[in-house]
Design a protein around this ligand. Structure first.
Ligand SMILES: O=C(O)CCC(=O)C(=O)O
Ligand SMILES: [Fe+2]
Length: 236
């Protein structure tokens, strides 16, 4: 299923050493990546996640369509207030790692995706790219950014500090620059690198590293799909 080639891993390692990030193309066999995309399009049970009054909140994304307009306006201004004040995000997700551990992943294709990105060859590839042999396992969530969704500047550091690197595998099709949803990697007050989502490509970057997902343009009909995960050290 995995298509990562030795010479690509070597040049990714070079990039990672020089910049703290690397981009790899054609991560999976094309037909598997296509199946993930098709599955994401059919997937139900998305959680809309955001921050309200400083707290992480999750909502049933499909139930949001029946919220009365007045309440939706209120919700939107609470979401905006948080972004105006500092860190904020709004996007939809399937908590694949939690589901995988609990044995409740719904779709066989998503189960295969998790199995593959937790397999020894994938972990070995992450060790090669990062040069960090302390990586022991990966986690991950499947995300869907639709029009107006974003994730502001943050560095992925977690309390246990066991994240070596983040990886983002894109499954968006027919995505282009004007649609937004760029992964931006910051260097102090500059943006060092932006990645416009490209189907079946993966970005790996060192944690902690300031980065953001820029807003998806208000006219976009499609979805920005990605598996986002972390290469972790320590005990699972
Ligand atoms: O989807 C991406 O490109 C990055 C997402 C991210 O930074 C995160 O979920 O922490
Ligand atoms: Fe992040």
């Amino acid at each position: 299923m995995l298509e990562l080639k030795k010479d690509e891993l070597v040049s990714a390692r070079n990039s990672f050493d020089n910049h703290g990030w690397a981009v790899l193309e054609n991560v999976f066999q094309n037909d598997f990546a296509e199946r993930v995309f098709a599955c994401a399009n059919e997937q139900v049970g998305w959680n809309l996640v955001t921050r309200i009054e400083g707290q992480h909140r999750a909502f049933d994304a499909s139930a949001m369509t029946s919220v009365p307009e007045q309440n939706l306006k209120q919700f939107e201004s609470l979401v905006a207030a948080e972004a105006q004040a500092g860190f904020q995000y709004i996007y939809e997700r399937i908590p694949l790692y939690d589901q995988f551990i609990a044995g409740t992943v719904q779709e066989p294709v998503m189960q295969a995706l998790m199995t593959c990105t937790r397999s020894a060859p994938f972990i070995e590839s992450l060790k090669q790219v990062t040069g960090d042999s302390s990586i022991r396992f990966t986690d991950g969530q499947f995300t869907r950014y639709r029009r107006g969704h974003y994730l502001t500047r943050h560095d992925d550091r977690n309390d246990a500090n066991d994240r070596v690197a983040a990886f983002v595998i894109n499954f968006s099709k027919a995505w282009h620059q004007d649609m937004g949803g760029w992964l931006a990697l910051y260097q102090n007050e500059s943006v060092e690198k932006v990645m416009v989502p490209r189907f079946n490509s993966m970005v790996v970057f060192k944690v902690p590293r300031d980065h953001a997902v820029t807003p998806v343009a208000p006219w976009v009909d499609g979805c920005r799909y990605a598996l986002t995960g972390w290469a972790r050290r320590g005990e699972e």
